[in-house]
Every structure is written in structure tokens, then in C-alpha cells.
Write a protein that binds this ligand. Structure first.
Ligand code: GLC
Length: 748
């Protein structure tokens, strides 16, 4: 046996010993760089290319059917990662099959979409963002990671950090809404939750920041559609949440399907190599989205699959999700000099280093432990955390005459298509969450809370989309005998999420007609919404006595809704995204530009030649940052420590917030800044700080913020990220339409 074979045999023995021993001791594995360098020194070109290859198992379908026989490819040693395989048994079986065919025993990496929970499902991310509570976001991701990691999953394709200003786009449900500042804070918190302090810990998994970039700006809100914007808008609004995840140490990124200004992200060298890996110094690896590489042919950017592979590797894409292009064409591209071995080595190294960080070279099965899976899933502390998150995500949009909270002495008729739903309540992208027999429906939540069951009734009346009317009379009959009617309505969970864009964002079906029938009974009607996007609710806002936005609140959703309706929990959520009056206003968002002819509303002396509609207000129905409470928060004394901010100075902003209501409650105090004049036009206001705090009834708290010149930076006319001297306004309140104002000057 020659020297090389002896070395190979030794290397295999050494690595496999780690696998069998299943524990990491300081003497058994070398430092990462040394270990990976040594391993790569033994790998053939084919073995390196295999690391760049990911196929989908058949656990969950998350894209078009792929023609690849992934099992065969694993047996040929051609696969570095598998997505959509979960559970200890399944992942253990696949890993074993892989190790038996991998000459150097290189473990497979298991990826899965764990967006807002793995088994214990938290509110959809848009709803969780409505909590404006960064600890809620971190804990939600931490719990998701713990359950997923106990079920053999190494890597989640989350957080999704796409800013979006368009509720027609179904994927707004997966993100943090329209605001860059809030979205960046949430993105950072979610990565910290998924990855914890050490990826070697068994309850942490690789994060994957997606979809890089600007996927949420798809024209007309149509999924996968064209994106075209200035570099300034891209860098100011859409990129910061991605950068925040690099600062948080996100281990991986996912390229977006869309093009930006004619270049699909999967082949965008400027985005991947120059910005992500260059400017931001990202050391992890980039995976395409599902067949995103192949889709550059349809984009008209690649002439064939080999060309798509060449463009991707040259752009800085490290792993090919399901496309099979890197597997089929990388060697040919190497031979033809279209890509370099250095590029293949760099991609391979990044992926191997991630596997090393997870401890997979010490024990490829360390995440697939049946006992641990059993004791981890659905832990009570996780369900409690999901309930707390759901309660904090509720947004009270209307509450005339304090019809809420309900009293247990009242007779309440619960109606609507989602009144006993436990399927849609956990929303889309609900990973391995149980849709039958586990989640708490509104009916279950109310029955758990209300002692006298004769006080409540539950009748659907209508379906979500179906227009059959034969159930209405029974619901009307139940409502006739009630003091209050609560209608639980909304969308199917699959009306938002991927490939779920809509031109109509009203309540679907005949739900609104049913509400009109109920209103005729002359009793207070409370509308509870289960939905994944902002809806157009102008009629409902006019005609309902109260409206509670519950999003898809997750496994414990019914408990949270019941506790909120009956005042056990005081709603404290604030909208992370604008609700338009009409879909014709979209895109509509709070941090818009002023234009040269801003319309000042009915009081404007010029009613015609202004930037306005002739058939609608410009204003939204409910603005970004808006949400009511059972408390009554009053703002006063907005004081600045100085009216002049020097280049290296700071301003301390203080404001008094009084809870003049009868309930203790949490308020999200928001600080907005307006830069009045710039070398380019500036938004009418931008969120620069928020603080969610408990204020007891009758109590006044003074809340403070700090503003420094760094907070005022933007990309000026020369694309320099700077703050420009001049006059600024500050607004503080419980919504983006806060009126309490002060001013300051930034001096040279
Ligand atoms: C899908 C989605 C992406 C997801 C991936 C894997 O197409 O766009 O968000 O992570 O495929 O399921």
C-alpha cells in the first residue's frame, strides 16, 4: 500500500473514530482551519464539488418537483446537504447512507425551513414583529432551534429579513414588515436566537439570512417578479437588515430569486462577492434559493445550465439548492477555464467549516438522538413562551365604547369560519407543527377561560372562501340571544407565504356580507382577524365596534385570543406594516418622501394640483406603529438635552408617558426623526428608536432615548454614508403619526 493510501486510511480511521465516539474531546479534533485544510488536502475535485450540492428529500414540498434521484446521488457520494428531511429516524437513516458512501466520512448537513417554530409554533414572523419585543423574537428562535436540533435539523432557512411595502405579496407574513430600523433589530435578535452563543451547543442551529436581496420589492407585489431600484434605496432600506445578521454572526445566506436592475441575485457578483463577502466580510456560505440557479435561464441571464453554473460560482454562490447544476457542470467549467479551482475550494471550505462548527465531524449523529427528541418537543416552557409571544403580538385596531375587554357575565356568540380552527391558526411555513388536534383554537381557548359555558356559543355561519349561505341562519339565531357578537374571520394560511400574491386583499368569500347581517342585529360586533398580511378593512373599520388583529398566533393562539378578549392580557402590539384603505394605494408606507406638492388634506387651500387621489384620502387606514390598548397612554414633556447636536455629541431625548386608563399595560414608545433638507430628498420621518415598557394604571414614566449624528446618516448625493448638518424634527408617540414634536440642529 503506497504512502498516500496509508495516509488516506489513517485519515479515514481518525475521522471515523470521532464519529463512533460521538463526543468532542480537545485531543480528538484539530482546530477548525487546520482540520479543514487537512481534510481538503485529501479530497478529490469530485468530493469537493459534492459539498456544493444540495438536494431535497421528500419530507416537505417547498418548490417545483425536482427530477433528481437524491438517494442515488447520496449513494454516489455526490451530496453535501439535504433539505426537507426531519426527525431523528429519517435524518439518522440518511446520514448513515451518506457515511457509507463518503470515502472521507464527510457528514451531510440537514436544512429545513424553521421560520416561526419547529413543533411549538409561534406567531408568524410578521405577527411576532408586531410585539416590538426583541426578547420575544430571540426566544422564539431559540425555542425553534432547540426543537429542530433535537430532531436532526442542523440549519434553518431563516430569518427571512425582506423589507416589504406591499401587502399583495404573500411573503410579507414571513418578514418583519416595512421598516428598516425595526426589521434590522428583529433580524439580529432572530439570528442570536437560532445560533446562541456557540454553534457547537446541541440546541443551536445554523441561521440562514434570506432572501438576499430586495425580494420584498417585487413589482406589483407579484412573487418572483422584477425588482428595480436605485442603489441608494437598496442600501438605505433593503440591505441593513441583512447587514444586521452579519453583525449577529449569521452562518449562511440565501440568494433571492429576483433580479435587481437586470441582474438575478444568484448571478450577482456585486451583491455576493463585493458587498456581502467583501464590504461586510461575511465568512459563511451562500446557498441559492430552490433551483434559483436554473432560473437564470428563464431570466434570460444564462444561456444554459452550464452557463448558469459559471455565473453563480463567479458571483460567489457556494451551494446549489436542488438545481443539480454544480454537480453536472462544475468540472466542465473548470476544464474550460470558466471557473477556478480556487473558487471551488473557497466554497467547499466555507461549507466544511460550518459542519465543523456544528461538531458534525466529531459525531455526525449528534443531533439525531431519539431520547432527546422526545423530551424536547413541546416542552411546557416552550408552549408558555409561545403563548406569551402570541399575547404580545395582538394588535387592537379599534375598540369603540370600550366594548373590549369582554366580561364573563356577558352572553357572547362566537361566530365565523375560524372560530374553531386549529389548522390555519399556526399560519404558513409552520415547519413540523401539528395542524390537527394540537393547536388551541379560539373555541378551546374561550372554553378554558370562561367558567359558565352557557354564556358562550360557537357557530361558524360561513366558510373562509366558500360562498354557501346555509350556515348563516344558525349563527344569526345564536347571535340574537347574545349581548356581544365576536366574529373570528380571516384568510386560509396558504393565502400568504410563498407563491401567494393577491390583487384583492379584502376579507375573502362572503365574510363581509355575513358581518353586515350580524350588524343588523343591533348588538356590538367584535371582529378578530387571523391573517398573514395587511387587509383592506375600511368597511369593517366603519361598521365593527372593535377589531383585534391576531395574525396567525400559533400553537397557543386560541388561548392568547381568549385571554386578550377577556382582559387577562392587555393588547400591546403595534403594526409592523401599514394597512391601506384600498389596494389602489399600494405601495403605501409611513417613511415616504414629501414630493413637491404634498397634499395637506381637507384643510389644504389647494385641493387640485396636489399629490393626491380624487377618490380616496392619501392616509392609510391604520399607520405603521399603530395599536390601541385597554390602557390610555398620554404623552407630554418632550424635552431635548440640547437643541444643537455637534458632530461628536449626543442628544438625550426624554418624554413622559402617563397611563390614564384603568388597566396596567405595555406601551411601545416610538421615536421618529425627520431630516428637513438634504443633498437628496429625505423621508417625512424615520423610526430611530423604540422602547416597550410596562406602565401601571395611573403611573407616569419618563422614557429617554439618545440621538447621535450616526443615527442621522444616509447615502448623500455622492453616495457617501454621512449625516449632513441642518435642521431636524423629532416626533415621539405610540405610532408613526405621532404629533408630539421638538426640533434640533446638527451643526458642523
Ligand atoms: C423556497 C423559498 C425559500 C425556502 C426554500 C427551501 O422556494 O423561497 O424561502 O427556504 O425554498 O424550502
Amino acid at each position: 500500500m503506497n504512502k498516500r493510501s496509508v495516509l488516506l486510511l489513517l485519515a479515514c480511521t481518525t475521522v471515523s473514530v470521532y464519529a463512533q465516539k460521538g463526543k468532542k474531546t480537545s485531543t480528538t479534533i484539530k482546530p477548525k482551519s487546520e482540520f479543514v485544510t487537512e481534510l481538503m488536502g485529501k479530497m478529490t475535485v469530485d468530493e469537493k464539488i459534492a459539498q456544493l450540492v444540495q438536494f431535497t428529500a421528500d419530507g416537505t414540498i417547498t418548490g417545483p418537483k425536482s427530477g433528481t434521484n437524491w438517494v442515488d446521488e447520496i449513494k454516489k457520494g455526490n451530496v453535501g446537504s439535504i433539505l426537507n428531511a426531519t426527525g431523528v429516524d429519517y435524518t439518522r437513516k440518511i446520514q448513515k447512507m451518506n457515511l457509507e458512501s463518503s470515502r472521507l466520512k464527510i457528514p451531510i448537513l440537514f436544512g429545513y425551513d424553521v421560520i416561526h417554530g419547529y413543533k411549538t409554533i409561534f406567531p408568524i414572523t410578521l405577527g411576532e414583529t408586531a410585539s416590538w419585543d426583541l426578547e420575544v423574537a430571540r426566544i422564539s428562535s431559540e425555542v425553534a432551534a432547540a426543537e429542530a436540533a433535537a430532531s436532526g435539523v442542523h440549519w434553518t432557512f431563516a430569518p427571512m429579513v425582506d423589507i416589504s411595502r406591499d401587502p399583495r405579496w404573500g411573503r410579507v407574513s414571513e418578514g418583519a414588515g416595512e421598516d428598516t430600523y425595526l426589521g434590522s433589530k428583529m433580524a439580529f435578535a432572530r439570528v442570536m436566537g437560532f445560533q446562541g452563543k456557540n454553534l457547537h451547543d446541541l440546541n443551536t442551529i445554523l441561521a440562514c439570512t434570506k432572501h438576499f436581496a430586495a425580494y420584498g420589492a417585487a413589482e406589483a407585489g407579484r412573487d418572483y417578479n422584477t425588482v428595480d431600484m436605485s442603489e441608494r434605496l437598496l442600501r438605505e432600506v433593503y440591505l441593513p437588515p441583512f447587514k444586521a445578521t452579519v453583525d449577529a454572526g449569521s452562518a449562511t445566506f440565501m440568494a433571492s430569486f429576483n433580479e435587481i436592475a437586470g441582474v438575478p441575485s444568484t448571478g450577482n457578483k456585486w451583491l455576493m462577492n463585493d458587498i456581502l463577502k467583501g464590504e461586510w466580510g461575511f465568512k459563511g456560505f451562500v446557498v441559492t434559493d430552490y433551483t434559483g440557479m436554473n432560473e437564470m435561464i428563464a431570466h434570460g441571464y444564462a444561456k444554459d445550465e452550464q452557463h448558469a453554473g459559471e455565473l453563480s460560482l463567479n458571483a460567489g454562490i457556494d451551494m446549489d439548492m436542488v438545481g443539480a447544476i454544480y454537480l453536472k457542470y462544475t468540472k466542465k467549467n473548470l476544464e474550460e477555464g470558466k471557473v477556478t479551482m480556487a473558487q471551488v475550494d473557497d466554497a467547499c471550505r466555507r461549507i466544511l467549516e460550518a459542519k465543523y462548527d456544528l461538531g458534525l465531524f466529531e459525531d455526525p449523529y449528534r443531533y439525531s438522538d431519539a431520547k432527546r427528541e422526545k423530551t424536547t418537543i413541546y416542552k411546557k416552557e416552550y408552549l408558555d413562551a409561545a403563548l406569551a409571544a402570541a399575547n404580545k403580538s395582538m394588535v387592537l385596531l379599534k375598540n369603540s365604547n370600550n366594548v373590549l375587554p369582554l366580561k364573563q357575565t356577558q352572553k357572547v356568540a362566537f361566530v365565523g369560519p375560524l372560530v374553531s380552527d386549529e389548522y390555519n391558526i399556526i399560519g404558513s411555513w409552520a415547519a413540523s407543527g401539528d395542524r390537527y388536534g394540537y393547536a388551541v383554537s379560539v373555541q378551546e381557548g374561550v372554553n378554558k377561560l370562561v367558567t359558565d359555558k352557557n354564556k358562550v356559543s360557537f357557530t361558524k355561519g360561513v366558510e373562509i372562501k366558500d360562498t354557501k349561505r346555509d350556515g348563516i341562519q344558525a349563527a344569526i339565531n345564536a347571535a340574537k340571544n347574545a349581548d356581544v357578537i365576536v366574529a373570528v374571520m380571516g384568510e386560509f394560511e396558504n393565502q400568504t407565504g410563498e407563491a401567494a400574491s393577491q390583487v384583492n386583499i379584502d376579507l375573502p368569500g362572503i365574510q363581509k356580507e355575513f358581518l353586515a347581517e350580524l350588524k343588523k342585529l343591533g348588538k356590538p360586533v367584535v371582529l378578530v382577524l387571523l391573517n398573514g398580511r395587511p387587509l383592506t378593512l375600511s368597511w369593517e373599520n366603519e361598521n365593527m365596534d372593535a377589531i383585534l388583529e391576531a395574525w396567525y398566533p400559533g400553537t397557543m393562539g386560541g388561548d392568547a385570543i381568549a385571554q386578550t378578549l377577556y382582559g387577562v392580557s392587555n393588547p400591546s402590539g403595534k403594526l409592523p406594516m401599514t394597512f391601506p384603505r384600498s389596494v389602489g394605494q399600494v405601495p403605501i408606507y409611513y417613511n415616504h418622501k414629501n414630493t413637491g406638492r404634498p397634499y395637506l388634506g381637507a384643510s389644504d387651500p389647494e385641493q387640485k394640483y396636489k399629490s393626491r387621489y380624487t377618490d380616496s384620502d392619501n392616509s392609510p387606514l391604520y399607520p405603521f406603529g399603530y395599536g390601541l390598548s385597554y390602557s390610555d397612554f398620554q404623552y407630554s414633556n418632550l424635552i431635548l438635552s440640547t437643541q444643537k447636536l455637534s458632530a461628536n455629541g449626543k442628544i438625550t431625548v426624554s418624554v413622559d408617558v402617563k397611563n390614564a386608563g384603568a388597566y396596567d399595560g405595555e406601551e411601545v414608545v416610538q421615536l421618529y426623526v425627520r431630516d428637513l433638507v438634504g443633498s437628496v430628498t429625505r423621508p417625512v420621518r424615520e423610526l430611530k428608536g423604540f422602547n416597550k415598557l410596562l406602565i401601571k394604571k395611573g403611573e407616569t414614566k419618563t422614557v429617554t432615548f439618545e440621538i447621535t449624528p450616526d443615527d442621522l446618516r444616509f447615502y448623500n448625493i455622492d453616495m457617501k454614508f454621512v449625516a449632513e448638518p441642518g435642521d431636524f424634527e423629532i416626533y415621539v408617540g405610540g405610532s408613526s403619526d405621532a404629533t408630539l414634536k421638538n426640533t434640533f440642529e446638527l451643526v458642523k
